[in-house]
Design a protein around this ligand. Structure first.
Ligand SMILES: Cc1cc2nc3c(=O)[nH]c(=O)nc-3n(C[C@H](O)[C@H](O)[C@H](O)COP(=O)(O)O)c2cc1C
Length: 374
């Protein structure tokens, strides 16, 4: 079959058309995925090199920031940023203003790491918290090196309500810091995902048991964030089949159809789906495209996209595509994708932590020489 008579490949590619995402009319469909790079100061205050990093990437239609913790208890990674005090607020203001000066837009990704933490990172060396006291297989980076995860302490109801309040508070600070919106991180095995999936949530109260109950915390937090920043400036990220951080669910189709249908009622700006499927070969799974059918507003697809796959996805009904590793290595990624220009390869050794190397020293393309040879 040739490209011209293939029903999908012959559709016009529109990764570079304008697209509506909540309140915003974005210039393209190329979004920068959230990525923890562990270059903040130890107290969670964004550093100067973070200002450079984000402003270098401001040609993304939208930047989603790295996961940013709503409280000291929410910390999961050394040198990851927070947004719960005045110093952190000031640091983020420098970043949003640099991105805006270059014509970009930036949402803050808010999270609480839950059980993916360690007592050595916690205030008063307390145990990390989770929906249930279930120890994850795996390791955590701590000041003492890479150590096995501990068995977390199950949260009580009052503490869950306090965490909802912390997300609210961080959303207020996000607006004060100049962010264009907030993404609620309910993916990749952190606290909200731990509540969603039944491998990690064995609670017997209204936050556990049925899929509706397990979705309750995500909904409460999305609602409270939307009430502060506006529903048309709020998104939610999910990763239904991602096993990262020792996650599992016995019926993911039911869990995620339930939470996505319920989120529709909040009329949020977007749903951001990490499509990675690394659930055990014989384990339960579903066709992830089903979520696009359920979800009523903008849908952002993520995981391992390149220009060709992104165009196909958009022709099939995805609204935006987010790119992670390609944005690490290519600060001018939209320009390169649009012009089919060569891409810098990412250096994995400098993904997490370190200095400017592998962070703000990836060269942009020399536009004149790269285009003159075409
Ligand atoms: C260095 C690194 C850090 C990441 N940190 C986050 C994060 O803070 N929040 C999040 O939701 N996903 C995070 N992710 C996942 C990415 O957003 C994205 O889902 C993943 O890289 C797959 O997209 P890609 O194939 O385009 O890179 C991270 C990925 C990488 C490589």
């Amino acid at each position: 079959m040739t490209a011209t008579n293939h029903p999908i490949l012959s559709a016009p590619a529109n990764l570079f058309e304008r697209g509506k995402l909540g309140r915003y009319e974005l210039p393209t469909r190329v979004i920068m995925a959230p990525m923890t790079r562990m270059r903040a100061h130890r107290n969670g205050v964004p550093s100067e090199m973070m200002v450079t990093y984000y402003s270098q990437r401001s040609t993304a239609a939208l930047i989603v920031s790295e996961a940013t913790t709503v409280s000291a208890q929410g910390i999961g990674y050394l040198n990851a940023p927070g947004l719960y005090n005045a110093e952190q607020l000031e640091g983020w203001m420098r970043i949003t203003s640099a991105v805006h000066q270059r014509g970009g837009r930036i949402f803050l990704q808010l999270f609480h790491a839950g059980r993916i933490s360690h007592s050595s990172l916690q205030p008063g060396r307390s145990l990390p918290v989770a929906p249930s006291a279930i120890r994850p297989k795996g390791h955590v980076f701590t000041p003492e090196g890479n150590v096995p995860c501990e068995t977390p302490r199950a949260l009580n109801r009052a503490e869950i309500h306090r965490i909802v309040g912390e997300f609210r508070n961080a959303a207020v600070l996000a607006i004060a810091a100049g962010f264009d919106g907030v993404e609620v991180h309910a993916a990749n095995g952190y606290l909200l995902d731990q509540f969603l999936r039944n491998g990690t949530n064995h609670r017997e109260d209204e936050y556990g048991g049925s899929a509706e109950n397990r979705a309750r915390l995500v909904l409460e937090i999305a609602r409270v964030v939307a009430s502060v920043v506006g529903s048309d400036c709020t998104g939610v990220r999910l990763s239904p089949l991602h096993a990262f951080n020792d996650m599992s669910d016995s019926a993911p189709e039911v869990t995620f159809a339930t939470v996505v249908a319920a989120l529709n009622d909040l009329r949020l700006a977007y749903l951001h789906v990490v499509e990675r499927d690394d659930a055990p070969a014989a384990g339960p799974r579903f066709e992830i495209g089903m979520l696009r059918q359920i979800w009523k507003s903008a849908y952002i697809a993520n995981e391992n996209y390149d220009r060709t796959r992104a165009d196909v996805a958009i022709a099939r009904g995805v609204d935006f595509v987010s790119f992670g590793k390609l944005f690490i290595a290519n600060p001018d990624l939209p320009f390169r994708l649009e012009n089919n220009a060569p891409l810098n390869p990412p250096d994995r050794d400098s993904f997490y932590g370190g200095d400017e190397r592998g962070y703000i020293d990836y060269p942009p393309l020399d536009r004149r020489s790269s285009l003159s040879c075409e």
